[in-house]
Write a protein that binds this ligand. Structure first.
Ligand code: NAD
Ligand code: MG
Length: 390
């Protein structure tokens, strides 16, 4: 039987890559539902190509426009935040691809977890903010969480199986090594950082991605968020995690074993590889990826991350060591600051300053429900926004 798929965040970069892989295997996959937030023209094209039964958009006006365009033969259209969760819960859906950017995707990811879906997770912020609460919901709901993030997918591929097709253990594992490209400013002296523009920050040397994650890669906050993501995905203590800068992005991450073995996953930097892996597991399918050519690999290099020039990584490590609320605040403050940076209301270095300030000022508390997490996230955003008086 074909796998029935819902892509939340279908118009984004991960959405593109996912639908590209899906379209190569019509005998395996069927697109049931798509969500989009802003790009209605792109959504229209996706509806024509993939013929989903359901779509969700941001507001009533967008919904009316799509309904008008496609009429009775088109998909059922809904709108708003609840519509995303409703798509994630649809009984006709087996696989939910969580590809929304930011904590905005947390509630729908949580809905997929409760409904026992197979979740292909790109939306790392949902796990950073959801923390233990999210992984407990996955377990209780009988859901399966598979990583699309290239580092976590690489680690997943290198970990021992637990006897099921989709589970992994840490048996015999000493350490998980996340590789980082170092971003576009890896070799820049600190003096130049004050003048960094959004255009320079989103021009990633190895990967083509959405704007927010591109800025996160430039500040190394992305690697910090990925440490927190790994902590929950693999249920490992923070001490087991480390980051190594590997500018060529050939090795996508490594697992170190007790006997001294390191297992690594290598390949071209193309998200369709981890997506195809997670879609087809335990089989392997073509992904349209230009294969890595070992003859062209000249020198793989490794360096320590520079926490002085890239304080966001340090802040994320501290949040991970401190607790759940700190991770929620870190993520929320970063989202506000990155948006401001992209709109030229904040400098590149201002991003880490705002995150640091919010972490100092926010009153940490235990977060034992989705509502409590959302309220705390909102409070951290409110404090971050104080840096940008209207
Ligand atoms: P993107 O900006 O290209 O796409 C984001 C998608 O989310 C779009 O479809 C957009 O419509 C939707 N969206 C944005 N805000 C929304 C909101 N408030 N409510 C509902 N939908 C909303 O981003 P991307 O690069 O595809 O990244 C998506 C997620 O995947 C991020 O969490 C990112 O960290 C993660 N990720 C991306 C890559 C990559 O190569 N692009 C790699 C690893 C992880
Ligand atoms: Mg990554």
């Amino acid at each position: 039987m074909r796998q029935r798929i819902c892509v939340l965040g279908a118009t984004g970069s991960i959405g593109d890559s996912t639908l590209d892989v899906v379209q190569r295997h019509p005998e395996r996959f069927e697109v049931i539902a798509l969500s989009a937030y802003r790009q209605m023209d792109k959504l229209s094209k996706l509806i024509q190509t993939h013929r989903p039964r359901y779509v969700a958009v941001a507001d009533a006006a967008q919904a009316a426009a799509i309904e008008k365009q496609f009429g009775a033969s088109g998909p059922a259209v809904s709108h708003g935040e609840q519509a995303l969760s409703a798509l994630a819960r649809l009984p006709e859906v087996d696989v939910v691809v969580a590809a929304i950017v930011g904590a905005a995707g947390m509630r729908s990811t949580w809905a997929a977890a409760r409904a026992g879906k197979r979740i292909l997770l790109a939306n790392k912020e949902a796990l950073v903010s959801g923390g233990r609460f999210m992984v407990d919901t996955v377990k209780a709901g009988g859901a399966i969480l598979l990583p699309l993030d290239s580092e976590h997918n690489a680690i997943f591929q290198c970990l021992p199986g637990d006897g099921s097709k989709t589970g992994r253990t840490l048996s015999g594992v000493r350490k998980l090594w996340l590789t980082a490209s170092g971003g576009p400013f890896r070799t820049w002296p600190a003096e130049r950082f004050a003048a960094i523009t959004p255009e320079q920050a989103v021009a990633h040397p190895n990967w083509v991605m959405g704007r927010k994650i591109s800025v996160d890669s430039a500040t190394l906050m992305n690697k910090g968020l990925e440490l927190i993501e790994a902590r929950w995905l693999f249920d490992c203590m923070p001490e087991m995690l480390d980051v190594v800068v590997h500018p060529q992005s050939v090795i996508h991450s490594m697992v170190e074993y007790a006997d001294g073995s390191f297992l690594a996953q290598l390949g071209s930097p193309d998200m369709r590889t981890p997506i195809a892996h997670a879609l087809a597991i335990p089989e392997r399918i073509s992904a349209g990826v230009k294969p890595m050519d070992p003859w062209t690999l000249t020198g793989l290099t490794f360096e320590r991350p520079d926490l002085k020039r890239f304080p966001c990584l340090q802040l994320a490590m501290q949040a991970l060591a401190s607790g759940h609320a700190e991770c929620v605040a870190l993520n929320a403050a970063n989202e506000v600051a990155v948006e401001a940076f992209l709109e030229r209301r904040c400098s590149f270095q201002g991003i880490s300053q705002i995150v640091s300030d919010v972490l100092e000022r926010v009153k940490v508390q235990p977060l034992d429900s989705l509502e409590a997490i959302e309220a705390f996230d909102a409070e951290a955003r409110r404090i971050a926004a104080l840096h940008f008086p209207a």
